[in-house]
Design a protein around this ligand. Structure first.
Ligand code: PAF
Length: 284
């Protein structure tokens, strides 16, 4: 596996592969890789002959009170894990490579309608930072396909809109959420949970499953949402939202629509957890 820090070197490798007619898959990450990220690499590998992973803790998507400085950085372990997944190139840019005109003067991309609801309402500016860095990474790597986890459901929708609206020639492949045995969605932030918080964190997925069952039982949307918020509240979570939305995050007119998604976000202590579940029962 190549480990590359500079843009000219990255470009040289990608151009050589493209010259050989190879399809290039891309997995953007902020490092601290776990089995969830490895599944994204496997998904890219299944569709492409070369796989590039970037690892960059992007300052522009962290709010002033968020954990940019303390975000876990584990470059050696990440590289080892990626070698085992047969990643071809690990791109490790510096802040100056990603933002050559400086963070303050960077070009910013907004995705209206998606950037200020749900996660965006609780993390102002977050999705501008994500859209901007992903657009830059796409410009650098120029992948044919990029894989994003469904765990970050709203991020996936932001990236879909970004690529469609800016006519970027990148196929976006969503990958299923990888879960721990008790249902907790894998996330780098899970390591901040103390043992008691970790035990209770599984309640998020249990709540989502309950929302799915209530929908199948014919409950109204307001009932499904308030029952979920109450259940989490009773377990000591401060609930940011527990909602049912269409796939594009707009509000459904009826619970009979297909393609609905349940999304929850809640805080316990200093850690904020969020998760989502497709409300259509699994086929069969
Ligand atoms: O999902 C992430 O890890 C980040 O938001 C991403 C897409 C790598 C952009 O920094």
């Amino acid at each position: 596996m190549l480990i590359i820090r500079s843009l000219p070197e990255l470009r040289a490798h990608v151009e050589a592969w493209r010259g050989q007619g190879l399809r290039i898959g891309f997995v953007p990450t902020m490092g601290n890789l776990h089995a969830g990220h490895h599944a994204l690499v496997d998904a890219a590998r299944a569709h492409c002959q070369r796989v590039v992973v970037s690892s960059f803790v992007n300052p522009s998507q962290f709010g002033p009170t968020e954990d940019y400085a303390r975000y876990p950085r584990t470059p050696e372990a990440d590289a080892e894990g990626l070698r085992a997944r047969r990643c071809d190139l690990l791109f490790l840019p510096e802040v100056a490579t990603m933002y050559p005109f400086g963070l303050e003067r960077r070009v910013r991309i907004r995705v209206p309608g998606l950037d200020d609801v749900l996660e965006g309402a609780h993390r102002p500016g977050h999705f501008d930072g994500v859209a901007t860095v992903v657009a830059r990474l796409f410009g650098m790597v120029q992948p044919d396909l990029a894989v994003f986890g469904r765990k970050d459901y709203q991020q996936l929708q932001v990236i879909r809109r970004l690529t469609a609206d800016l006519a970027m020639p990148v196929e976006i492949l969503p990958a299923e959420t990888v879960r721990e045995a008790d249902g907790l969605a894998m996330s780098s932030r899970n390591q901040y949970l103390d043992p008691e918080q970790r035990k209770r964190a599984a309640l998020l997925f249990a709540t989502l499953q309950d929302m799915r069952r209530s929908r199948v039982a014919g409950c109204a949307r307001e009932v499904v949402e308030s029952r979920a918020a109450n259940a989490l509240g009773q377990q000591g979570f401060a609930v940011d939202y527990a909602v049912v939305r269409r796939a594009d995050l707009s509000e459904p007119a009826s619970m009979d629509e297909s393609g609905l998604v349940a999304l929850v976000a809640a805080r316990r202590g200093a850690t904020r957890l969020f998760d989502n579940l497709d409300l259509d029962p699994a086929p069969g």
